[in-house]
Design a protein. Sequence first.
Length: 362
Amino acid sequence: MPITNLLDYDLAGLTGYFAELGEKPFRAKQVLRWIHHFGVSDFALMSDLAKSLRDKLSAEAQIVPPQMISEQAAADGTHKWLLNAGEMNGVETVFIPDGTRGTLCVSSQVGCALECSFCATGRQGFNRNLSVAEIIGQLWWANHALGRDPKGDRIITNVVMMGMGEPLANYANVVTALNLMLDDHAYGLSRRRVTVSTSGLIPAMDRLREDCPVALAVSLHAPNDQIRDEIVPINRKYPLHELMAACQRYLEKAPRDFITFEYVMLDGINDHPEHARQLITLVRDVPCKFNLIPFNPFPNSGYRRSRPETIQRFRDILIQAGHIVTQRRTRGDDIDAACGQLAGQVQDKTQRLLRRIEVVHE
Ligand code: SAH
Ligand code: SF4
């Protein structure tokens, strides 16, 4: 019989597993707390379980987080973990502190099949989906490493599914991992503080609204279908007018009353004042906030970051139309932790990391 990894289960899954063992449902809650509250992976340490149950679990199950390859801290408090996803693949998780907020950026796939032209992960192509254990394992490790602040509060207050991969293309595993993030017996995060970022997989957005409504960010990046077809190719399947309607439907059940539209600023491609005006018309029926992301370059990307004054002008046009606009600061630059830089194989990654570590320790 294959050994079961209990890190793959949310409360419903673990309750089912314990039922098969002839155990009561409350055992699932106890074990979930040991795994996720206390970061325990050895059944022998689960002191409130009967010795016979501990022995049974030791024989039939394991708690196996992904293997940690490296951990780095940048000067600004950003942390980055590289976890082993097998076959020389690394999965990156980034922690970004900001005042009383601490946000963990979590990956959902190795590579991505959606091939957005400005994204390093997309250029890498699709390798595979991460398992639940590999997705929630990122939070498990980070929580373990960061612990709690002096008042006993959690350091990680928010999770954004904005690492490598398209979360809604790995739907079932991502929803199970989201359930764990939200469960009081696991991480107990508020729905409003867990954000899924999608390039716009409309059927999965509709399912998420029913199954596990959390905050939603949509990678818009273009004000019209002509540009979006080119830089976010999934737009050819799910064009903008359908995407806007899906956003409206999502908001009927969302924990927040707005959608965050992400917009990467690409020099000469999508950053003209006319594009800002088209954007205002496009989103007129969708309560939203904009997050302007200066493009993060990577080798042979073929794109340049928009100039600061161009971003400023674009932003001002949106603000004058009454929109709330945030501009993503580039964080953790010294450890390559910025959006779209989360890619690469362990081998060349490790070499890059070694160079970075020298920088960090200067
Ligand atoms: N696949 C999901 C989530 C992961 S990417 C999505 O596309 O939404 C998180 C965000 O970073 C997305 O908005 C994505 O478009 C953006 N991004 C990707 N590559 C980037 C780059 N090189 N510079 C800046 N942002 C980038
Ligand atoms: Fe995939 Fe998101 Fe990158 Fe597009 S931007 S290729 S959807 S990870």
